[in-house]
Write a protein that binds this ligand. Structure first.
Ligand SMILES: [Zn+2]
Ligand SMILES: [Zn+2]
Length: 249
């Protein structure tokens, strides 16, 4: 399955075509497929090496090693816990994926794509080093392969994994596919945009009539009336999400 939605990876139309390389991502049209390609090509070729599960504890996840060999699919092991006082849940076994020091993790939950404005069919969790901001972690060169700017914000190795369900504390692991990769990249760009770069341009709007209220000084010294009709030029700021291929706002 692509991302379980059956929808185009790039818009909310039905995904009637399937990528011939990975047989995973779906598209509504050749145009949408072309739009996705710069991101999709990083994982398309290797997807089919991950069709056979090495064991039922393993789920297909996406690894972003800090050293920059590029994002790649991995088989991530999960342990199931069936405790009496809790519903069954599963936890990933990271080993040294996030670093030899086996750091504590911070989790970023993704269950919607704000760019295409749709809920995902499952939850994607980004597991990052909880201290990556100040522990000396280097910029993540694998993310930089997607978009150079993103490497500056996202430091240290991290893993994206899938969990079934949305809008809840997800408990059961799920496979990620190539369209999930698109959702991850969109989310990284959105977070980068809101946290770091807010480029904008001033756009000239219409001219409107206004009333200028003159202060006592202007009235006394310059002989202006208390109220004066004036023409105003309106400007508004238009945000430009950098690296996002189509208009967000
Ligand atoms: Zn489409
Ligand atoms: Zn493909």
């Amino acid at each position: 399955m692509a991302d379980g939605s059956g929808l185009c990876a790039m818009c909310n139309k039905p995904g009637t075509m399937t990528c011939g390389g990975c047989h995973c991502s779906r598209y509504c049209s050749g145009d949408c497929q072309k739009l996705d390609w710069p991101v999709h090509k990083l994982l398309c070729k290797t997807f089919r090496d991950f069709e056979t599960r090495p064991g039922n504890k393993f789920k297909r996840a996406i690894y972003f090693p800090v050293s920059g060999t590029g994002p790649k699919f991995i088989w991530l092991q999960f342990e199931g816990y069936d405790l009496e006082d809790k519903p069954y849940y599963e936890q990933p076994v990271y080993g040294t994926l996030l670093g030899e020091d086996k750091p504590a993790t911070e989790r970023v939950f993704i269950d919607e794509n704000m760019i295409v404005r749709r809920n995902l069919a499952h939850t994607i969790i980004l597991a990052v080093r909880s201290t990556f901001v100040y522990d000396g972690s280097l910029p993540n060169k694998s993310v930089a392969k997607v978009d150079e700017e993103l490497g500056y914000q996202w430091k240290g190795s991290f893993v994206a994994l899938g969990m079934k369900g949305i809008r809840q504390e997800p408990r059961v692991s799920d496979d990620l596919g190539t369209t999930d990769f698109r959702h991850i990249v969109d989310e990284l760009r959105i977070q980068h945009y809101f946290n770091f770069s807010r480029p904008y341009e001033n756009v000239q709007g219409e001219k409107v009539k206004g009333v200028r209220i003159n202060c006592l000084g202007d009235q006394g010294i310059f002989g202006r009336p208390e109220f004066e009709a004036v023409d105003c030029q309106l400007y508004f700021s238009k945000s430009i999400p950098r690296g996002v291929p189509y208009s967000m706002f």
